[in-house]
Design a protein around this ligand. Structure first.
Ligand code: UDP
Ligand code: MG
Length: 311
């Protein structure tokens, strides 16, 4: 008898959870010799999510939940779920059925054969998503893989089934600024990829605005690469060399040709340009400093207010 935990981060998912539960429960019953546990993590929802979870857990003893004291973000919710789950195999799934439970049986079979430690999923299309969002997502994966040694797979979802051993490795990484797509790659292990077409959410609205995604991608860059710091050093060196050449040219022109040095517009442009580059580079250093600052404070990644099981 193998135990499987399904970790489900939920933020304002009152409409989606009943659909998800019904669908996932159905699939779980088709897998023989397994015992399932649904671990919902209520990430400080402002709607009725917590009540929906309380009711579910009363009806079905396989349903467990923990509820945060406020919204800590999906990364914190996933970490909490992995930490509190106690099974042989652990899966992470969104509550909106964008991660099809129908893939679970074949994921389970693959892990049972023992060759793989993890079965992960990626979407090969992004239909139903705004064009501009897909464009920036693609750009993000390109830049990320160019500047980081950790592989981040394009279109990878957080939906994956992992062995206890891999989950323990992930939990060892207890950093505050979590970027799971990178952490999964960092811990390694033998991962099999399943591909599927994008599915639109079953109910409710997406929790990720364009702005939130942009900030999240910056987190990804700083969490898994220090190359931007090198970039700012290189930019500094290039501008230093350019300025040396310009000084020599101007001295040469003044003394040999007696050229009066005119043209304040070009000067204004240069000051603005170089000033911009300087601010950009200071900003990059600031990003790393800020992340370090948050990291050394050792604040908890999440705070639990309520749970329906003992630890
Ligand atoms: N989520 C969360 N905390 C947040 C934002 C989202 O736990 O602060 C959960 C959300 O309830 C869902 C999953 O993360 O189960 C994915 O969110 P969503 O479907 O809104 O993202 P999208 O699929 O649009 O990228
Ligand atoms: Mg979704």
């Amino acid at each position: 008898m193998k135990k499987i935990s399904i970790v489900v981060p939920c933020y304002n998912e009152q409409e989606a959870i009943p659909y998800f539960y019904e669908e996932a429960k159905k699939v779980s019953e088709t897998i023989p010799n397994t015992e399932f546990e649904f671990l919902f993590v209520n990430d400080g929802s402002k709607d009725n999510t917590l009540n929906v979870l309380r009711d579910l857990s009363k009806k079905d003893e396989q349903v467990k939940y923990i509820s945060f004291s406020r919204n800590f973000g999906k990364e914190a919710a996933m970490y909490a779920g992995l930490k509190e789950a106690s099974s042989d195999y652990i899966a992470i799934m969104d509550a909106d059925l964008q991660d099809p439970p129908s893939l679970l049986p074949s994921m389970f079979d693959t892990l049972e054969k023992g060759e793989y430690d993890c079965v992960a999923t990626r979407r090969v299309t992004r239909k139903g998503e705004p064009r501009i969002r897909s464009f920036f997502a693609k750009l993000f994966y390109k830049i990320m893989n160019a500047i980081s040694n950790t592989e981040v797979v394009d279109g990878a979802r957080d939906f994956r089934l992992m062995t206890r051993q891999m989950v323990n490795a992930i939990l060892e990484i207890s950093e505050y600024n979590r970027f799971s797509k990178g952490i999964f790659g960092f811990v390694g292990f033998h991962t099999k990829w399943l591909e599927y077409e994008n599915i639109e959410r079953v109910a409710g609205k997406t929790k990720w605005s364009f702005w939130k995604l942009l900030l999240y991608s910056l987190d990804g860059f700083t969490a898994f690469s220090t190359k931007p710091l090198i970039l700012s050093t290189i930019a500094g060196i290039i501008f230093f060399i350019i300025s040396l050449i310009m000084i020599l040219v101007i001295i040469f022109k003044t003394f040999i040709f007696g050229d009066p040095v005119g043209g304040w517009p070009s000067l204004a442009c240069i000051i603005l340009f170089v000033g911009g580059i300087q601010l950009f580079c200071t900003g990059i250093s600031g990003q790393y400093l800020a992340k370090t600052y948050l990291e050394v404070k050792h604040r908890p990644i999440y705070i639990v207010k309520e749970r329906n099981f003992d630890v």
